[in-house]
Design a protein. Structure first.
Length: 394
């Protein structure tokens, strides 16, 4: 009970955000992580393993709060305790608690990674070096460790590529699988280093999160990777999967001059506000992509109506992902110029939807945007009634 009482006192101090108490609190938090007598913290008679890891998660959360408030931890003893925790063997537990433990471990690993990302130098953690050199399975924990630090010795080809930032195809496979779980710091590290590979300048935005990232000794890889026509598609796809940052400098014509599916996916991921929506609109306008899209949809309609030529699924997929880009532009920037330009697709999309029930959701999202225009509203609502759209959506 005394431990829990002390923990709550430390928690109160930390949330008061008083720098003078941080160093003393860190010493106490370090002691908390090393508690071996579970009875001191298991006040609700839970499973001992679950109680232990829940307490560790809470302690790590407070340590990260201190970092988030601007203090870089230099206490090597504490950092090594955290390093030991992330590579600790997974304990055996009653099957009834397996899922709960799995969820707890993932949260603990993420917190450990976030703390070590900002404060850890791999040369101070020989135990992590030994651990990763023996691992041959790229599971979530190992992937996070490999993405955080640069290692010299590996057993796993995939972990080596992640640590050295040397294969975009491997990196894409990882972010596609783990995009929901990867810490924001690791996503940002990937994106910023990809940006540096795509441009001749370092990423520099005036943003609190970015400024905080810059204090990390683990943010940048040693060198930029040379891009090829083959690898660029994987770069575009990685942005599509995990981008959440502001990269207006990347909204430019494609690396290889081809407005491919992958490039459109990159563009989609970069549209995050009014400015980036306008830049994306301008790129597509200057390269006649809207005209090509208009003609492409009409060609699909002709082929479906006449059955003279089989519809290529790849062309159809491209056109309707491009429509998703258009819809995102419209929602992020409501200027009259953009609205008028993109209105050209209303008629062909309604005709297309009369031929097939495919892509109804994105067509609906596009058409509903134009319902504020009185004349267009009448045409669209008549169409919705004929297609039973309104009955389905309401």
């Amino acid at each position: 009970m005394e431990v829990i009482k002390k923990f709550n006192e430390v928690k109160t101090n930390i949330y008061k955000n008083t720098d003078t108490t941080y160093y003393q609190d860190l010493h106490t938090l370090s002691d908390f992580l090393n508690i071996n007598d579970i009875s001191l913290i298991n006040i609700h008679n839970k499973n001992d393993v679950i109680a232990d890891y829940e307490f560790k998660k809470e302690v790590l959360g407070l340590i990260f709060t201190i970092i988030d408030n601007g203090l870089i931890i230099k206490d090597k003893k504490l950092l090594n305790t955290i390093a030991d925790l992330i590579i600790k063997d997974i304990p055996e537990i009653n099957v009834d608690f397996c899922l709960q433990l799995e969820d707890l471990l993932k949260k603990i690993w993420i917190l450990c990674i976030k703390i070590l990302f900002y404060c850890g130098n791999i040369d101070d953690f020989p135990q992590i070096k030994r651990f990763i050199s023996k691992e041959d399975i790229p599971d979530f924990r190992n992937i996070c460790i490999a993405l955080t630090f640069k290692f010299d010795t590996f057993r796993s080809y995939d972990l080596e590529n992640l640590s050295k930032f040397s294969s975009f195809s491997v990196l894409y496979d990882v972010v596609k699988i783990y995009k929901k779980d990867l810490p924001e710091e690791l996503k940002a590290k990937i994106l910023i280093n990809l940006y540096n590979s795509l441009t001749e300048e370092k990423y520099n935005q005036n943003d609190r999160f970015i400024e905080k990232l810059k204090i990390s000794p683990n943010l940048y890889y040693d060198s930029k990777v040379k891009l090829t026509t083959k690898s660029i598609d994987f770069v575009y796809l990685i942005f599509y999967e995990v981008n959440f940052l502001y990269f207006p400098g990347l909204i430019k014509p494609p690396f290889d001059g081809i407005f491919s599916n992958e490039y459109m996916m990159l563009l989609y991921s970069l549209i995050i506000n009014e400015e980036t929506a306008f830049l994306a609109y301008k790129i597509l306008q200057e390269h006649d992509v809207y005209v090509d899209m208009y003609n492409g949809i009409n060609k699909l309609i002709f082929n479906m109506e006449t059955e003279k030529q089989e519809v290529d699924p790849r062309d159809e997929k491209y056109l309707f992902f491009l429509l998703e880009v258009v819809v995102k532009i419209l929602h992020k920037n409501n200027s009259e110029m953009i609205k008028i330009t993109c209105m050209m697709f209303c008629d062909p999309l309604m005709k297309f939807s009369l031929c097939t029930n495919k892509h109804n959701e994105i067509i609906y999202e596009y058409l509903i945007y134009y319902c504020n225009d009185k004349e267009t509203f009448l045409n669209i609502t008549d169409f919705f009634k004929s297609k039973n759209f309104l009955q389905k959506k309401i």
